[in-house]
Design a protein. Structure first.
Length: 279
C-alpha cells in the first residue's frame, strides 16, 4: 500500500476564515477554547492505530498551549506552521507575510525544540495572484508548502496548478504539496478532506482516495481540523446559511469517518512521505 500523508490544521472553531466577518480577533481571548480536548482525542485515535501525522499549528494556539505542542512532538508527530493568527496570505503584503512566517516558525521551533520544515497557508490562500509568497517561504527556511489547492472554489483555489508535488520555482528547492484532488469530468474534484469529507458519503471519499493511490499511483494528502470532531462546540447564531451549512455539516459523524480512514489507508507524516522530494 502507498503511504499517504495525514495532516491536521490546528486552529479552533472561532478562528476559521468564514467566521472572520462575525468574530473579530479582538474577541478570541474571551471565547471558550476547545482545541486541547479535541487534539487529545485526535492523538488517542492516531496512537490507537500507530499513525504519525503532521500538525500545521497556528502560532497563536502554540503560544497559549505549549504543553499540547510539546506532546505532539513527544508522540512522534511532525510540527509544522499554519502562520501565526490565521491571516490569509491574500490579506498581507510581502513584508507582513514574511514577518508572519518567520514569527510563527521561530515560535514553534522554540516550543517544540525541532526545526520546522513545513507551512500551510490559512484557507489555502496562495494562488496565481500571490506566488511571491512561495519565494518568501524558501527565504525563511521552509522546505515545503502545502498551500495551493488546485480546485475552483469561491474562497480559494488555483485549478491550473499541478495536482501533485512540484517545485514552483525550478531554480529553487521549495516543494509545493497540494491537497489531494481527483480528476473527473474535465475538472479537479476536492477529495483531500475538510468540509468535502463531511459532505461526501464516506464510501465516495474512500473511492476517490483509492483512485489516487491506484490509478495516479500517488500518495494522498488529507487534512482536517480539530473542531471538525466537536459537535458540541458553541454555535454561532449570526452567520449566513452557506457558512452555517459548511461549518456544521455532519460534525457528529466526522470522528467515526476518521476512524474508518485510519483503518483503510496507510498514513504517515508529510516530511516522511515526501522525504525523497525534500532531499
Amino acid at each position: 500500500m502507498i503511504r499517504n500523508a495525514l495532516t491536521i490544521d490546528v486552529e479552533d472553531y472561532f478562528q476559521v476564515s468564514a467566521f472572520s466577518p462575525y468574530i473579530p480577533r479582538s474577541e478570541w481571548e474571551v471565547l471558550p477554547c476547545r482545541v486541547e480536548r479535541n487534539v487529545d482525542r485526535i492523538l488517542a485515535l492516531l496512537d490507537e492505530n500507530g499513525i504519525k501525522a503532521t500538525f500545521f499549528t497556528l502560532g497563536w494556539i502554540a503560544e497559549r498551549y505549549p504543553a499540547m505542542v510539546r506532546q505532539l512532538v513527544a508522540n512522534g508527530h511532525e510540527l509544522a506552521s499554519h502562520g501565526y493568527a490565521h491571516h490569509r496570505v491574500t490579506e498581507m503584503n510581502p513584508v507582513q507575510f514574511r514577518d508572519d512566517i518567520i514569527r510563527s516558525k521561530q515560535l514553534l521551533e522554540d516550543i517544540g525544540g525541532l526545526p520546522i520544515a513545513g507551512y500551510r497557508a490559512p484557507s489555502f490562500s496562495i494562488g496565481s495572484r500571490n506566488l511571491w509568497a512561495l519565494d518568501c517561504l524558501e527565504e525563511a527556511g521552509y522546505r515545503y508548502s502545502s498551500s495551493i489547492y488546485p480546485v475552483r472554489h469561491d474562497h480559494y483555489g488555483m485549478p491550473e496548478a499541478p495536482r501533485f508535488a512540484f517545485h514552483p520555482n525550478p531554480s529553487g528547492k521549495l516543494l509545493e504539496l497540494p491537497v489531494t484532488t481527483v480528476r473527473m469530468f474535465g475538472r479537479n474534484l476536492p477529495s483531500g478532506g475538510g468540509g468535502y469529507f463531511r459532505l461526501w458519503p464516506y464510501a465516495v471519499s474512500r473511492w476517490f482516495l483509492q483512485r489516487v493511490n491506484t490509478v495516479d499511483r500517488q500518495p494522498v494528502i488529507f487534512y482536517f481540523h480539530p473542531w471538525e470532531i466537536d459537535p458540541d462546540q458553541p454555535r454561532q447564531q449570526a452567520i449566513n446559511f452557506k457558512t452555517r451549512f459548511r461549518h456544521y455539516l455532519n460534525l457528529g459523524r466526522m470522528e467515526k469517518r476518521l476512524a474508518a480512514l485510519t483503518r483503510h489507508f496507510r498514513w504517515g507524516r508529510m516530511d516522511q512521505v515526501f522525504l525523497k522530494q525534500l532531499t
